[in-house]
Design a protein around this ligand. Structure first.
Ligand code: MOS
Length: 752
């Protein structure tokens, strides 16, 4: 019977929906890796090495072993010898080099390296005993000074298909020499650490039958599963990894970290369940954003039209792995310029390997490039926003490819209107409010819109409840809610009747969550799985009395809303999903499907450039006497294709902007060069924006239909929000003060 009581209510793609996992998170129902209750668990406390380079010569563990409750002190000398035998043990995102193996041997490669794991029946006993482990070393000279490491810089190895060597065009040196206007600058970014709220933690549940369940803080359950299986000699199917909730990661959980190595080693040795949690200080001993130095030369005509771009950047890596990022390509992709060149190198130092951190490469390269662009705008005496528009490129200028879409002009226009950019005066130091100088700055962001093959399962039960499941992760980004919305959209079922499951290696195959591809990829997988459920429902609908949907030959002829399916051509002819299941006596419909680049509707994967864009407008107020900068207003206008959930999407950008403020003004990990150790390894001394540092932020999503970029037209939002925010802030500080700062963060000492 047609339902005439009310209009169908459609909650789906585009509906601002609160996080479906929000209540579980704020009521403590959501369990994180260290919070799973596992019987008879042993507590492992990591002993961090104190030297930066050398060898362990002796470990005196007698005092530690004498502490009541201590079960074992695991070191390189007594760890299970079968670990890392298999040469294929590298992790999913391994980079060229020799990945770190905790307790692998007596070599020390970075300060804070784990040298022992003390295991005890209580955490307190383990922690106390860990303080008693006495390690002797033979020290070797080390270097953690990035500037000294530049002497050893080398070309990177391009490790992943998404990373590309910069392409040069024309004769950039000649064009630079002949340019009317020339700008040359050297830009820098400090080392930063990710600092997610949740520390890296693993709980290994030893079941005693050869199988283990590992609750791990990571961005990809299946990646960690494969890693554990191959590194520690388990059968793949005997290892289950769960990361149902992740308290932030920003890239630090892309690769398995050493606490999971230690926890599995100990569990294997002792045949017991083990939990290992890093301390906040130990969080500073592994993944970090590389330090960077970036030389930029720009040549332009008097009008401001760019004629030459010369890019040369170096970022830090370790001595044992070669971590590279796309640093120098972004400006070349984004702006029209006939002559361009890019050079990129990596420099090794005696630290842990640098790693991806939110928008790796672009957060460094595009941010710094946008400061250089601002400098050239001032040289040309052109408004900085107009300068960017003069050099606008409708194609990917480095790869010489059309974009699937680029609504950056719209982002400039809408962002500028919301910000009130036209009221800006050009001259630095020309805007003031009492003792505060006011500055307005702008910058452009670019990031990749990526898609990765992903599978999902949809299970519909006779009571009208739908479960959608995929092994992807939600690191705070909103994946659970995205899955729910896409399912609601496809099958017209209310979000309250949908359960999203993720973060379990046993669920359908999904890539590691990162690179801003999760929403586009998992969303597409959920959609194809739900469509397949819809097809089965349509078949079953033949059993419904009167066959109301007989005129439909596929789900494309149907609309799904309010728990009902209706004919598109005749909306009055509809039937409730539960009624269909009942009529056909079906208890459950379960389908697993895979979204891949071969999906229909997704054309021209190659030969087109797929990017997200942003226009960031910033107001700062600077108290020159105190050197205090306050970021009082930010407008971030984002062109990222279709927005699945405007609410969590906005949160993504807000978070990115806050991290951008940190990058501009606060975040900097400083090394004690003599000890070769990060010094400010805690929240007190590693500064991040606090509430008072975050004021008015407005997020705009411009309309950008793009049926080509990914199956749902989604481009992804995890990373675009941070890119160039710090550049816009640096530009605003110049506008306020007349001081040009080329080295981030711009701390108080640099301003006064
Ligand atoms: Mo992101 S740096 O790919 O987690």
């Amino acid at each position: 019977m047609p339902d005439t009581r009310h209009e169908p209510i459609k909650v789906g793609i585009g509906t601002p929906l609160s996080r479906v996992d929000g209540v579980d998170k704020v009521t403590g129902q959501a369990h994180y890796a260290a919070e799973y209750a596992v019987p008879d668990v042993l507590y492992g406390v990591i002993v961090s090495g104190r030297i930066a380079k050398g060898r362990i010569t002796a470990i005196a563990d007698g005092a530690a072993r004498a502490v009541p409750g201590v079960v074992e002190v695991l070191t390189h000398m007594n760890r299970p010898s079968e670990a890392w035998r298999d040469s294929k043990w590298k992790d999913e995102l391994a980079i060229p080099g020799d990945p770190f193996r905790a307790l692998g041997d007596d070599r020390i490669q970075f300060s804070g390296q784990p040298v022992a794991l003390v295991l005890a029946e209580t955490f307190e006993a383990a922690r106390f005993a860990a303080s008693l482990v006495d390690v002797s070393y033979e020290e070797e000279p080390h270097n953690v000074d990035f500037d000294l490491s530049l002497a050893e810089k080398t070309l990177p190895t391009y490790k992943r298909k998404s990373f590309h060597a910069p392409k040069s065009h024309g004769d950039a040196d000649k064009a630079y020499a002949e340019a009317d206007l020339r700008h040359e600058g050297e830009y820098r970014l400090a080392t930063e650490h990710h600092n997610p709220m949740e520390m890296h933690a693993s709980t290994v549940h030893w079941h005693g039958d050869g199988t283990i369940t590992v609750y791990d803080k990571c961005q990809g359950a299946q990646g960690v599963q494969s890693y554990i299986a191959s590194a520690f000699g388990f059968r793949q199917e005997d290892v289950q990894v769960i990361n149902a909730y992740v308290g932030g990661a920003f890239g630090s959980g892309l690769r398995p970290q050493y606490q999971v190595q230690l926890a599995v080693l100990a569990a294997k040795k002792l045949e017991r369940s083990v939990r290992v949690v890093m301390t906040r200080q130990q969080m500073f001993t592994h993944a970090h954003r590389p330090q960077a130095i970036y030389s930029i030369k720009l040549g332009a005509e008097r009008t401001g039209k760019l004629t030459s771009m010369i890019n040369d950047a170096t970022t830090s890596t370790s001595r044992f792995e070669n971590n590279m990022e796309d640093v120098v390509t972004w400006g070349m992709i984004n702006y029209a310029c006939p002559n361009m060149s890019g050079a990129y190198t990596v420099a090794p130092r005696d630290t842990y390997t640098s790693a991806d951190m939110r928008a790796p490469g672009a957060a460094t390269g595009m941010t710094l490039f946008e400061i250089a662009m601002d400098e050239m705008a001032y040289k040309a005496k052109v408004d900085p926003l107009e300068f960017r528009q003069i050099n606008y490129s409708d194609i990917d200028a480095m790869n010489r490819q059309p974009f699937t879409s680029k609504a950056l002009r719209e982002a400039y226009r809408e962002g500028a209107a919301a910000f009130g950019w036209d009221r800006r005066s050009f001259e630095p130091r020309s805007m003031r409010d009492g003792r505060e100088l006011i500055g307005w700055g702008v910058a452009t962001g670019v990031w990749d819109a990526q898609f990765s093959k992903t599978s999902a399962r949809a299970t519909l039960t006779a009571d009208g409840h739908l479960e959608v499941a995929s092994a992807t992760a939600d690191i705070g980004t909103g994946t659970y809610t995205v899955m729910t919305l896409v399912a609601a959209d496809t099958l017209g079922i209310a979000p309250e009747r949908i359960t999203s499951r993720l973060g379990d290696s046993r669920l359908p195959t999904a890539p590691v969550e990162g690179g801003s591809w999760a929403a586009a990829s998992t969303g597409a997988a959920v959609q194809v799985a739900c469509r397949a459920v819809g097809e089965k429902l349509l078949k079953a609908a033949a059993k419904v009395e009167g066959q109301p949907l007989a005129a439909a030959s596929s789900v494309d002829d149907l609309t799904f809303a309010d728990g009902r399916m209706a004919l598109k051509s005749e909306p009055g002819r509809s039937v409730a999903i539960t009624e269909v299941m009942q009529a056909a006596t079906i208890d459950r419909i379960e389908v697993e499907e895979t979204a891949s680049t071969g999906l229909s509707g997704l054309v021209s994967q190659a030969r087109k450039s797929r990017k997200t864009h942003s226009a960031v407008f910033v107001e700062v107020r600077v108290d020159e006497e105190l050197g205090q900068v306050r970021v009082t207003r930010v407008v971030s206008a984002i062109a990222a294709g279709r927005i699945i959930n405007p609410k969590t999407a906005r949160s993504q950008i807000l978070g990115g902007v806050v991290m951008g403020i940190g990058m501009a003004l606060h975040e900097e990990t400083l090394a004690d060069l003599r000890l070769g150790r990060w010094m400010n390894h805690n929240y007190a001394e590693y500064h991040i924006p606090a509430h008072a540092d975050v004021q008015d932020i407005e997020v705009i999503f411009v309309d950008e239909p793009d049926p080509e970029v990914t199956p749902l037209g989604v481009k992804g939002l995890g990373e675009i929000g941070i890119i160039s925010v710090a550049g816009a802030i640096a530009n605003a500080i110049f506008h306020a003060t007349g001081q040009r700062h080329r080295s981030l963060p711009i701390t108080i000492d640099k301003l006064i």
